[in-house]
Each structure stands twice: as C-alpha cells, then as structure tokens.
Design a protein around this ligand. Structure first.
Ligand code: HH2
Length: 291
C-alpha cells in the first residue's frame, strides 16, 4: 500500500477527542507533543533543562510555539542508558510538573515506573507515556485508577541493550501483534484509552525504522490514535551523515510528513515551531485550507 493511498477501510487519521482527566484534546488536526527532558544525559538535549527554572522556561517557549502537550521525562531511555531510582526521577520531575499543571498545560509523563506514574497522576498529569508499553501490571493499574490515557510504545528489549542486535521477521506485523496483545491487557485492567507508538529507535535497526515510516499507515487498522517520535533520532544521522542530533531537523520534518500521510495523530518533537508548521502545511495539502 502506498503512503498516498490510505486503505479504503480506514480514515487517514483516527479522529475524535482524547479525554484527558477532565480536559479534552480534539484530534481533528495533527497535534504536537513537545519533548522536555529534565535529565543530564538525554541523547539530544541532556543537561539543558536539569534545573526547574530552565525546564520551565523551555516548556513555556514550546507552548508559545504551539505545543499541544508537553512530555516530561526525568529518566533518559537512550540506547545504553542505565536507570535511576524512583526518588531521583520524582525529585527532578515533580517541581516542573506541578508548576506546569498550575499553568494549565496538558502534561504527559514519560516514565517506566508505576510508582512515578502514580505520583505524577496524583499531582495532575494527564497522560502516561510508557516506553515499556504498559508491561507492568502495576502501571496498567495506576493508569486505570486515575482514568488517564496511556501511550503504548513498542520496544524490543530494554534501553540498556535494545540496539545490540534487533531482529524481526516482519517488523510492522510484529509490532501490530504486540499492540493487539497489550491493548487487550490494558483494557482488561480498565484502561480507557491508549495511543500507539511503534517506537522509532527502540530496538530497531536503521532499516527497521525506515520500514516503519514507509508502512506507518498499516497501524491505522488498529483503530487507535497513532503517535510518531522520530525527532532528531540516530537513523536520520545514519542516512544523512548528520552526527549531531541538532543537525537532524530536515530528516525529522520528512519523517513527520510520512507519519502524517500514514495517519499519525500526534508528533513527538523537540523543535516545536518547525513541527507545527510541518503539520499545518501537510494538512493543508491533504485537505485544502478551507477544511
Ligand atoms: N523517544 C524517546 C523517549 N520517549 N516516547 C514516545 N512515545 N515515543 C518516542 O519516540 C520516544 C519516547 C527518546 O527521545 P528523547 O526523550 O529525546 O531522549 P532520551 O530518552 O534520551 O531522554
């Protein structure tokens, strides 16, 4: 199937409204999630926002540039990263989370720990972005107890080792099967709503990432909103030779266009101004400006 010919049985994008704990986010257009890494070691911007003041100023500038949601991550999941304790993660996260919730922002928390998710949800977070795809029953319980939405991300292996030798017979087919199994587990536990993210760079070779983007539209068959996180990732450097993550903006834009053509509802990006403009132009081409 070509990216330009959406499957007749499925609309280009999952439309509707996300209910985010008393707030709503309409998916009538592509939404932008801004990455806020409150970490010393994230792959593209580690150390930039470790102090709450700097994190808040970056968050405000992403909101001003058009971010619909901010994704707060206090533990890096870059390939080879070791974990940190829940206490450490919370001490980085909570001051920034509380301030931004107080300012009315929609907040996603990027965490693998059920205890961290619970604390964040108790303080007003709207969405849990779990790179382990709700594997832990305690995580599913936490999301369900708070009536929150969760992002189920596909990862082969663990961040510590995931890039060693990722292997698939059919990368898209296997990810779809994974989503089906995790959606079933999540729904059994009472999780109301999930967003699916195939996890670019999470246990995938360059070729796997390219194939996921080429075949992104196939995930539409699952009938859930889709998220794409290609921003600044290393496969773009492998293709273009851009060693520095900051030098991968064009690759990010092209990937996001492919994601939009394939039906992505949410793009997770570091560069908001460019991300918003990419989405608006792609939508205008697809649907005309009037709509
Ligand atoms: N990518 C990263 C982290 N979390 N979550 C979703 N849903 N999708 C992604 O593609 C994704 C993610 C890695 O990027 P970043 O947060 O910039 O780096 P790090 O994990 O090193 O903090």
């Amino acid at each position: 199937m070509s990216v330009l010919e959406p499957h007749a049985a499925h609309p280009r994008r999952q439309e509707g409204v996300l209910s985010l704990r008393g707030r709503t986010l309409s998916l009538d257009r592509v939404r932008l999630m801004g990455v806020l890494n409150i970490t010393p070691d994230s792959f593209s911007d580690g150390g930039e926002c470790l102090s709450p003041q700097r994190a808040l100023s970056r968050a405000r500038s992403m909101l001003a540039d058009g971010a619909d949601i901010l994704d707060l991550g206090a533990e890096s999941t870059r390939p080879g990263s070791g974990g940190i304790s829940g206490e450490e993660e919370l001490s980085r996260l909570l001051p920034v989370l509380e301030a931004l919730c107080g300012e009315g922002a929609l907040i996603s928390v990027d965490t693998r720990k059920a205890g961290v998710a619970r604390e964040a949800l108790a303080r007003g977070a709207h969405l849990i972005n779990d790179v382990t795809g709700l594997r832990d029953p305690k995580m599913r319980r936490a999301v369900a107890d708070f009536g929150a939405v969760a992002v189920i991300l596909h990862m082969q292996g663990e961040p510590e080792t995931m890039q060693r030798e990722p292997r698939y017979k059919d990368v898209v087919g296997e990810i779809k099967g994974f989503f089906e199994r995790r959606i079933e587990l999540a729904e059994k536990e009472g999780v109301r709503e999930v967003i699916l993210d195939p996890g670019i760079g999470f246990g995938k070779t360059v070729e796997h990432n390219l194939e996921i983007l080429r075949r992104f539209g196939e995930f539409r068959a699952l009938g859930r909103p889709l998220m794409l996180g290609a921003s600044r990732k290393s496969f773009l450097g492998a293709v273009t030779g851009a060693k520095s993550p900051r030098d991968r903006l064009e690759g990010t834009i092209v990937s996001n266009v492919f994601g939009i053509l394939g039906g992505a509802s949410i793009l997770r990006v570091h560069d908001l101004r460019e991300g918003v403009r990419t989405a608006r132009v792609a939508e205008a081409i697809l649907r005309g400006r009037e709509s």
